[in-house]
Design a protein around this ligand. Sequence first.
Ligand SMILES: [Zn+2]
Length: 237
Amino acid sequence: MAVAPEGSGGRPAAASPHGDFNLGLGLGEEDAVVLARREGLADWLGVPVVTARQVHGTHVHPVPAAPQDPTEVPTADGLVTTSTEVGLVVLAADCVPVLLCDPHHGVAAAVHAGRAGVVGDVVGRAVAAMVGRGAQVTDLRAVVGPAVCGSCYEVPAELAAQVVAAVPETRSRTRRGTAALDLPAGVGAQLFAAGVRQVCHLGSCTLEDPRWYSHRGVPQGRPAGRHGGVVRLLRAS
Ligand SMILES: [Zn+2]
């Protein structure tokens, strides 16, 4: 399992609106440039990669093998595979990227959990999809990647109350004392509830740490780039 190659791309450079690491399409950068970057990721990984069109939903899409047609993009917020010949990519820029694997039974997943995904428990659905393909929750390992933290993710009080009613662990306050949500904490609670005990929280805030892209870190109306996490199964052990 790896989280790559997100680093040091979070601030714009002169040549590109998002620096050298944006993996998201349709964000003011030429598609060909972004697709070449994804190819570079696949080269680094040694196998083709699949990147979903993420829609803040809860669908977990099975990826049985490396895609024949790289332009075929599933619409989903979770990808799951048992193949060692494909890498699963999750994109984010404040939302929570989660990578999962059961190295013993050979099942992996990549999950995008924003506010709606946390309310819909997309992470729990991904775990269920993995178990349905032979994973054992006691063997599952998860990495919770960089996301906007509970001190930075300010939301209207009414919205916070709605989310907290669904996932109490998201309750938070900004440093100024206003209503906020802690999505990584919510994801952590959902992983725990699903039985996953081997969890690594990177604990890095996308708004505070300039290594990451941040939707909230760019002026309103301008798109942020997207960093990516990728997981690939090696031979089941
Ligand atoms: Zn923060």
